[in-house]
Ligand binder design. Structure first.
Ligand code: B12
Ligand code: NAG
Ligand code: NAG
Length: 420
């Protein structure tokens, strides 16, 4: 198993606790899964080869300015790997939005739109509001519907099953209803033999749908999805084991194997051997194409496309410093806290106090303008002394109180004991 968090078990454990009663097969699968996952070898890039990954990422990032149209897969990979250069992320997000605004979506295939949705999600952007009137999720729903209609009329999607898988994955991560698309994919996966790349993308999509259904406690339609996931997993494993999968399929194949538990007797397949082969190919330049790099990178950092929804999108990090150099005992303390996005500054004070009550205690009083901070770390403001707690965003004095001001991500808030 790769180093990233396996998608299966963490999502099912709470359910087990909550429900107590489950379908016997679900229970069996669950136990097989969790033991299989923990027992499997660790599959991570060895420390002495980490520089290959860093260099691959660096080269991929430097391709960003040159690529036109912008490549959403690069943005996804960059965000999953954790970019070292935030300017490249901003640039790509802007290029993607610009292209959608200037060229529209009529000419785009469903899979292209799906990749744009995934890319924006990976950057904590809302694909439903590219502008006030461009909603990429609605566009994707329509294009997916077209694929499905074409599929039922012609026995093949308008584009490919690879794109239909991308569509299903993006809509699923967006929280849209994708039962119909998922069931079509399931049916086809069971009836046909997908190529490794298609099977891997279908696995990611169906795993996302699977996890959603488990959460919604809709067990009945899980059964065929399980069957399809089992079949896909065995096909992918066999292809990787027997070296029939080409080197450019390995990135997605590893992602798929990372989200599905490798529980069936997997012969001699060794994840670390596959990884070693990939690293050799990287050192020989086989992944110099930025798109090839973008598809292999997530697996090298233990991530999958299911991770594009980041928990960190829903929180903001704030650095909070309290300084008293006015009256002894002097102090200067800093703490980093995360609070839900949209929280007022008071939540930061609360979180800081909770993390470190020794240094970050505070008191407020109700006034005509709302809550005023009258004391921090036992240093109280005093109107006889004309002292008060003054608040800053960086070096700029705040224009609102702690119960109104909403800090943004990575802001540095200072409270400085001052006089007036
Ligand atoms: C004097 C004054 C102060 C003095 C009050 C000292 C005192 N003991 O009187 C001091 C310097 C302490 C002060 C501090 C701040 N102030 Co002041 N202050 C004023 C001012 C000019 C007059 C208030 C007043 O005396 N009203 C008359 C008395 C009779 O009424 P009162 O209700 O009893 O007054 C109390 C409250 O106003 C309170 N207070 C004063 N400022 C603020 C700010 C906030 C956010 C709160 C909750 C309470 C509060 O202190 C007064 C005495 O207890 C007002 C201007 C205005 N338009 O109201 C700005 C004003 C209220 N302050 C403001 C701000 C932004 C602040 C700070 C947040 C600045 C900062 N960056 O730190 C801090 C509060 C930080 C904290 N500790 O929570 C803004 C509020 C805007 C908003 N939308 O919230 C105003 C409107 C100024 C402005 N135009 O920007 N302030
Ligand atoms: C507070 O401490 C930090 C690090 O210890 C230092 O960089 C900073 O200059 C100090 N601030 C003041 C106002 O002394
Ligand atoms: C805090 O200051 C930074 C830098 O000046 C600014 O970009 C940001 O918008 C400010 N935050 C808020 C919430 O006003």
């Amino acid at each position: 198993m790769l180093s990233g968090t396996p998608q299966f078990c963490p999502q099912q454990e709470p359910l087990l606790r909550r429900k107590g009663r489950m379908f016997p097969w679900a229970l069996a699968v669950l136990c097989a899964l969790c033991t299989a996952t923990s027992a499997t070898e660790k599959c991570i890039v060895p420390a002495d080869q980490q520089s290959l990954v860093t260099e691959l990422q660096r080269r991929m990032e430097s391709s960003v300015v040159l690529q036109s149209p912008p490549n959403p897969s690069i943005l996804i990979a960059l965000n999953l790997a954790g970019t070292q250069d935030g300017t490249k992320e901003k640039l790509l997000v802007q290029q993607i939005k610009d292209r959608v605004i200037k060229e529209g979506t009529a000419e785009m295939t469903s899979g292209e739109v799906a990749l744009y949705v995934l890319a924006l999600l990976s950057s904590c952007e809302d694909p439903k509001r590219v502008t006030a009137d461009i909603n990429l999720v609605e566009v994707l729903k329509l294009k997916t519907k077209e694929e499905l209609t074409y599929l039922s009329d012609h026995g093949t999607p308008k584009t490919t099953f690879y794109q239909l898988s991308l569509d299903t994955l993006a809509l699923c991560l967006e929280g849209a209803n994708v039962k119909e698309a998922a069931l079509s994919l399931t049916k086809e996966a069971l009836a046909k033999d997908f190529f490794v790349d298609t099977g891997a993308m279908a696995t990611l999509a169906l795993t996302c749908v699977h996890n959603g259904l488990v959460k919604a406690e809709q067990y009945r339609i899980l059964e065929p999805i399980h069957e399809a996931l089992d079949k896909l997993r065995e096909q992918i494993l066999r292809a990787v084991e027997t070296n029939t999968a080409n080197i450019y399929s390995i990135g997605l194949a590893l992602q798929a194997l990372n989200v599905t538990p490798v529980s069936y007797p997997s012969g001699d397949w060794s994840c670390s051997q596959t990884l070693a082969k990939v690293l050799t190919e990287i050192s020989q330049g086989a992944f110099d194409n930025p798109m090839a790099a973008a598809q292999i990178l997530p697996s090298l950092v233990g991530k999958t496309y299911l991770n594009v929804i980041r928990l960190s999108c829903l929180t903001v990090m704030v650095e909070y410093t309290i300084i008293n150099h006015l009256r002894g005992p002097y102090f200067n303390h800093t703490i980093r806290v995360s609070v839900p996005k949209g929280s007022v500054l008071l939540s930061v004070l609360q979180a800081a106090q909770q993390n470190n009550p020794q240094d970050f205690s505070y008191e407020t009083k109700q006034t005509s303008w709302g809550l005023m901070v009258v004391s921090i770390n036992s240093r109280a403001a005093n109107s006889n002394d004309k002292t008060y707690w003054q608040f800053f965003n960086g070096t700029k004095a705040l224009e609102q109180g702690v119960d109104s001001y909403v800090p943004s991500n990575n802001e540095h808030i200072k409270a400085i004991f001052s006089t007036y």
